[in-house]
Structure formats: C-alpha cells, structure tokens
Design a protein. Structure first.
Length: 303
C-alpha cells in the first residue's frame, strides 16, 4: 500500500467518479485505474464497484475511507513539519556548553541565531566541561562547546578561538594597579580556584608543573561564579580564562593579563554525528560570531 494508491482511492471515494478523481489528481484514467488495482491487490479484495454509470464503495472500501483520510492527513502533516525543519521554520536543538562559555559568550551568539531563525527552540545545558564531552558522546545533545579534549576519539573538534588565562584580583588589591602580572606575583597571594576534576584546574596545574611551579590553593569551589565572588570579596586571587572577564568584573574582581608563563586554552565545538539543519546553522553562527576575548584599552592600569 502506497501513499499514491491511497490518494487515488480517496479521490474516487469522495467524488464517486473516476473522471473527477482524475481531474483532482491530474492523472490519466489508466494511471488512476492502475493505482486502484494495485491497492486492491495489496489489500486482497475489491474496494470499489464500478459500472458504466456509477461508482460505489464495497463494505471494505467504506471501512478504509476514514482510515485513508487519517493516514493521509498524518502523512501531509509529517511532510510539512519536515519541510519546515529543513527550511529552519521549525525545530528544536539541544546544546551543552561549559559555564565559562555559556555565561559570557554564548548569549550574544544566540541573539544572532534567534534573529535569523526565530522558530528554532534552543535548549542550553550549562554543565562542567567534562559533562559537555559526555553529553555529546552519549548523543544527549547534538553539539557542545568546551575546551579541546585530551583525546577526541569519535568526536570532532572545531576550534573557535584560543583563549588565555588571566589574573583575577580584588579591586582594592595592590596588584590591581599593574598593567600585567606574572605568576610569581600572583602566587604570593592566597589562591582561589576550581575543584578537581575541573578542566580549568587541570590546565593550570599541568602548565605550571611543566615550569616547576607549584599551585598552592587556599580556597576551592565548584563554580566560577563563587570563585569570582571570593576574589571580589578580597579573600584572594585567581586565574581564569579571559572569556570569564565580564563575569569576574560583575562580581568585583579586576582581570589583568598574566605572563611567565602565558597559559593558552583552546575552545571549540564538539560534535559526534552528522548535524541536523538547525544544528549546522547554529554551528555556522558560532563560527561567524564568537571571537577570542581581549582586553579593552581602558581595562589595563599603569605599572
């Protein structure tokens, strides 16, 4: 049983005329008759009784009529919804993003995406970097935004930008008067950072250990927002990716370039499978919109 056969049956059943059904479907009479015969052969019996002057439904044809209407309505509805998805007039998309990106850079990209595709609903899972990778691998989301994974395996990683770790110090700290800071200067203060197994913590420890520098930790937290509030309250200093600059400033911290050593961290898009049209569109917007964070001139002080 095919959609074409059902449409042919419905047209004849509603008009009780092969001639009118042919006009409705833009088919020749032989083609229409062939479609009806194919449907009857597939189902195993007569659906229509045709004479030289009339057409009527058999009892089996009568029982098929409401079912055919329902099936074709569902088919047309499904076809239209898929067409809308392919043309980005309808859709739903799930994305996972690490908090540093979700809070600071993702909203601007989503504004542009919403302006271009207002009918696409986006769910953002704001989760730690490790969970982003897990959600992409397990196909809970179509894409994730995270630091470059240590081993991609079946994942694909598309770089967005290379970030740098920056110092976050209290506004009233003597360190806040400098234009840049070294790690030696920063680690003279009580240090606040994220708890393990945070990727931020691992990146810091790995980079510093390669320079034979220990990371003495005075305070730990699971959330960057808490780290920012601790720094803003004067409990100590920290080092965070520069994409967190607006978040840190909002919590009372001052961010400064950090050297000796400079610690880069690559941020990008993780995918596992062929993307839907909606996901591909968001990926394009992210690549066009998101740029490496930077320090505006007015943010740096004088040494």
């Amino acid at each position: 049983m095919t959609v074409k056969q059902l449409r042919a049956f419905l047209a004849v059943a509603q008009t009780l005329s092969f001639t009118q059904a042919c006009e409705r479907l833009h088919l020749s009479q032989p083609a229409l008759s062939l479609a009806i015969k194919g449907l009857e052969d597939a189902l195993g019996g007569k659906l229509l009784l045709r004479s030289t002057r009339s057409v009527r439904l058999t009892p089996e044809g009568e029982s098929l009529l409401p079912l055919a209407k329902h099936l074709l309505a569902q088919w047309d509805n499904t076809e239209e919804r898929l067409r809308q998805r392919f043309t980005l007039q309808l859709g739903r998309l799930s994305v996972a993003a690490m908090p540093a990106f979700a809070c600071n850079l993702l909203p601007a990209a989503l504004v542009r995406f919403r302006q271009q595709y207002p009918k696409i609903n986006v769910t953002v899972h704001d989760v730690i970097n490790e969970d982003v990778t897990h959600m992409v691998r397990s196909r809970q989301v179509e894409m994730g935004i995270a630091f470059s994974p240590e081993g991609t395996g079946t994942l694909s990683f598309t770089p967005l930008f290379e970030d740098q770790f920056v110092a976050a110090v209290p506004q009233g700290s003597a360190l806040a008067q400098y234009a840049t800071l070294t790690w030696a200067q920063l680690l003279n203060e009580d240090f606040i950072t994220l708890q393990r197994p945070s990727m931020v913590r691992r990146l810091l420890e790995h980079a510093l250990s390669s320079q034979q520098i220990d990371l003495p930790v005075a305070f730990e937290s699971h959330q960057l927002s808490t780290v920012g509030r601790m720094v803003g309250a004067g409990l100590g200093v920290s080092a965070v990716p520069s994409m967190c600059l607006p978040q840190m400033q909002a919590m009372g911290a001052r961010c400064l370039p950090l050297t000796a050593p400079s610690i880069p961290c690559h941020v990008g898009i993780l995918t596992q499978q062929e993307l839907s049209v909606a996901a591909h569109a968001l990926r394009t917007v992210l690549l066009e919109t998101v740029q490496a964070p930077y320090f505006p001139a007015h943010e740096t002080g004088q040494a």
